[in-house]
Design a protein around this ligand. Structure first.
Ligand code: IYR
Length: 230
């Protein structure tokens, strides 16, 4: 049964592609290099300053995330900006409860072994210190105004791409971030009062990195390791 019958009737008008920058070969090479140099300085941090950040910066970054491609342009995501300290505290308490179980028995041994070099644990001070938490939800279907359900396509992939845009935008703006995924994180629906067609996808912590913060000395895989050219 078609829930989205209305889409069968709809056809977009098409217009000429605008603002497409057609670089010369040299300029293209330079631009790709500049972008790589900029993005490779991004690091996840687990210690944030409580220094305030203008809300408009976060809004702009979410606007950037909202330009991401998505299956059939259905944009199956929702972003909740959390700045209220009481709600941040509630989230910390709920997340630490899950994390405690995770680190003390729920996680398979191999998983804990993979995490061991990072030295992470169930204590998540950053959930209260950072000026913003951004909870990203993914919607496998939308509920239309008439109450009918419209299926979304590639919801997880689309939301993941939008999160990539968001992390990139935050970094470009000079903000540090941490992709945090307490598991399970259904508590976010409850605390943030989100409907059940929205699945918590990621909890992004953002703000200034704490002064003197240390990050692990890690290596990214080489281009040869991650690429095949045929
Ligand atoms: N969610 C836990 C464990 C954790 C899992 C992965 I995969 C990481 O890259 C880091 C941590 C935590 O946040 O501590």
């Amino acid at each position: 049964m078609y829930h989205n019958l209305r889409n069968l009737m709809k056809k977009y008008t098409f217009e000429l592609l605008q603002n497409y920058k057609k670089y010369s070969a040299n300029e293209m090479l330079l631009q790709s290099h500049i972008f790589y140099e900029a993005i490779k300085t991004r690091r996840s941090v687990r210690d944030f300053s409580d220094k305030q950040v203008a809300e408009d910066v976060i809004i702009n970054c979410i606007k950037a995330a909202g330009t991401a491609p998505s299956g059939a342009n259905l944009q199956p995501w929702h972003f909740v900006i959390i700045k209220d300290s009481q709600i941040k505290k509630e989230i910390r308490i709920a997340a630490e409860l899950e994390e405690k179980e995770f680190y003390n028995g729920r996680a398979p041994k191999e998983w804990l072994a993979a995490l061991a070099p990072l030295g992470t644990n169930e204590h998540k001070q950053f959930l209260e210190t950072a000026p913003y938490l951004i909870a990203i939800f993914s919607k496998s279907f939308d509920v239309l105004e008439d109450g009918s359900q419209q299926k979304n396509y590639y919801a997880a992939e689309s939301t993941g791409i939008a999160c990539g845009f968001l992390i990139n935008a935050l970094h470009h703006s000079g903000l540090a971030s941490l992709t945090h995924t307490p598991s399970p994180m259904n508590f976010l629906n409850k605390i943030l009062n989100r409907p059940n067609n929205e699945r918590p996808f990621l909890l992004l912590v953002t703000g200034y990195a704490a002064d003197g913060v240390k990050v692990p000395v890690i290596k990214k895989k080489s281009i040869e390791d991650i690429t095949t050219i045929i």
